[in-house]
Structure formats: structure tokens, C-alpha cells
Ligand binder design. Structure first.
Ligand code: GLV
Ligand code: GLV
Length: 312
């Protein structure tokens, strides 16, 4: 019998398991997330919080929620949560790894193909009437076979992207992870070799603005950048400059800083850019599975059991 604040309506039927366990649920009913002040006031009396990546969980919020035992994030990335502040207060944190790997890898390949084969330009040329006839040199793009994909961050999603890229006949080089079985290629070498660079690292103090002017200058001028990780891994000002000056040939971003981008954000003026609205995990199956895991974590935390998917 615990009070829980759930910051959005959950897909699927997982919520029924919380009700069946007798918990008292306060579910945020709007499409737009609670404001920081609303988040603080609705969480103040809660023992369990089930939140989204749009909710900033900081030390101030935790201090005004003295009964809070568990924060269950319906996301794999937890950069919206102050993990140290949670640990200091003995609050468990859970996330939803694994179930969104394939959906995010599929979206990464979608962006890669759309950018390499210039689908947005092709679609708008049809609608605007600019497309007059098939012609030998119209909208020629890059083929994936025999091209080199450089993967930054070879966790679950990076590995799933790698498997798909190999099926397309690509060579894959990886930056590896410091704690992984293989160290991977040094970053400068990866950037020099890659025709496409794809980002799959979490956002941490080490990866914030990893893709800056220097990083971009080490990429090949025909190379493409794909980001389905977190917006702040890329310095967007540096990226806009690199696209405008031809330092790199194109970029596709499913994540930006901020989200959403204001319609007059300078990055949107850059050429050869695709931006999508954070759709990595956006399939029915994946979102239901994420909700289910988030509920599993919440239930475990409320009952004092170890979380099935803890974030450490
Ligand atoms: C989505 O970006 C997630 O981290 O789940
Ligand atoms: C393209 O449409 C071809 O048939 O080569």
C-alpha cells in the first residue's frame, strides 16, 4: 500500500499490476510532462516515482520527497536523474534496458539509409514538382556495401547496429569501451576510417559534447554522422558549422539539445540534416515492454526487493 506518482499514462496494461498490488496511484493525465514545480509537489508524498526521460530528478526534488524509496525511469538512458543524489539518500533507481535495443538499432539504420540515399530531398522534390524525369545523375547517394561504419559506444544498441550494418555488407570499426573485452580503435583512427559514424554511448560527463569541432574535423569530408543516443553528446553549434562548411557531408539526429528544438534553432538551418523527434524506442511492442519493466522495478523497490533492472 504505497503512494506512487506516475508522470505519464503508460502504454499497455502494466498499470493494472500496480493497482492489483493495492498501491495508490497518482497518474499525470496530460500529454505535456509536469513542470518541475508540479513534479516536486506531486512527488512530495510519494514512496514510488515512475518517470520519463523528460522529467529532471535532482537533489532538490529528492529533498522534498522524504518517503521516496524508488525512482523507476521508463528509459534506458538515466542522464535525467541525479544518480549520486539518489544513492546518498538510499533511493533505488531502475531503467529499461534490452527491450528497446532492436527498435533503436532499426531507427539508426533507417536514418543512415535515409541520409545516405537522400530520401528527404527526394520526397520533397516529388511534392514540389521539382522532379521532372528520371535522370542518370539525379540525387545520387552513398551505398552502404563496403563502406566503413564507426560505432562509438558498443553496448547493446551499438552491437545491434553493428549486426545490421554487417548484413548490409559494411565493415564495422568500434571505439570499444574502457571496461570491455577489447579496447577498440583509438577515436582518431576510427574517425579517419569511417564513412558513417554512429553514436551509441550514454550521456555522461565524459561524453557530453564528445562530438565537437575537433572531432568533426577528424571525420572524412564525405562522411555522415548519426545520433540516436542523447542530444548533448553533440555540440550542435560545431555540427551546424561543419555541415555548412562541408567538413562533413551530412547528419541525422534523433536526439537534440534541447528537445524539442525551437523552430528557429540554428542547427535547423544547416544543409544535409535530418532531424526526427526522439523516436528510437517508438514502437508499440517496445513501449509496452518498457512500461512493463518500469512497473517491475517500481514494484520491487516498493517491496524492498532488489530491482530487476537497477542502475548503479
Ligand atoms: C530513450 O532515449 C531511452 O533512453 O530509453
Ligand atoms: C532502376 O530503376 C533500374 O532499373 O536500373
Amino acid at each position: 500500500m504505497a503512494r506512487c506518482f506516475i508522470t505519464r499514462t503508460l502504454p499497455g496494461a502494466s498499470i493494472d499490476r500496480l493497482t492489483a498490488a493495492g498501491h495508490q496511484l497518482d497518474i499525470w493525465p496530460e500529454r505535456m510532462p509536469p513542470t518541475p514545480a508540479e513534479l516536486v509537489s506531486r512527488t512530495a508524498e510519494a514512496e514510488g516515482l515512475l518517470c520519463m526521460l523528460t522529467d529532471e530528478i535532482d537533489a532538490g526534488l529528492l529533498d522534498s520527497a522524504p518517503d521516496l524509496k524508488v525512482v523507476s525511469n521508463m528509459a534506458v538512458g538515466c542522464d535525467n536523474i541525479d544518480l549520486i543524489a539518489c544513492r546518498e539518500r538510499g533511493i533505488d533507481v531502475g531503467n529499461t534496458p534490452g527491450v528497446l535495443t532492436d527498435a533503436t538499432a532499426d531507427l539508426t539504420l533507417s536514418l543512415m539509409l535515409a541520409l545516405a540515399r537522400r530520401l528527404p530531398e527526394g520526397m520533397s522534390s516529388v511534392r514540389s514538382g521539382e522532379w521532372k524525369t528520371w535522370s542518370p545523375d539525379f540525387l545520387l547517394g552513398m551505398e552502404l556495401r563496403d563502406r566503413t561504419l564507426g560505432i562509438i559506444g558498443t553496448g547493446r544498441i551499438g552491437s545491434a547496429v553493428s549486426a545490421r550494418a554487417i548484413a548490409f555488407g559494411m565493415e564495422v570499426v568500434e571505439s570499444g569501451r574502457p571496461d570491455g573485452p577489447t579496447p577498440g580503435l583509438p577515436l582518431a583512427e576510427l574517425l579517419a576510417q569511417a564513412d558513417i559514424v554512429s553514436l551509441h554511448c550514454p550521456l555522461t560527463e565524459e561524453t557530453r559534447w564528445l562530438v565537437d569541432a575537433e572531432f568533426l574535423s577528424k571525420m572524412q569530408s564525405h562522411a555522415l554522422l548519426i545520433n540516436t543516443s542523447r542530444g548533448q553528446v553533440v555540440d550542435q553549434i560545431a555540427l551546424a558549422t561543419a555541415l555548412s562548411s562541408g567538413t562533413i557531408a551530412g547528419a541525422a539526429l534523433d536526439v537534440t539539445d534541447p528537445e524539442p528544438l525551437p523552430s528557429d534553432d540554428p542547427i535547423l538551418m544547416a544543409p544535409n540534416l535530418i532531424v526526427t523527434p526522439h523516436l528510437g524506442s517508438a514502437t508499440n511492442r517496445t513501449r509496452e515492454a518498457m512500461a512493463s519493466i518500469a512497473v517491475d522495478n517500481l514494484l520491487a523497490g516498493l517491496e524492498g526487493r532488489p530491482l530487476p533492472h537497477p542502475v548503479t
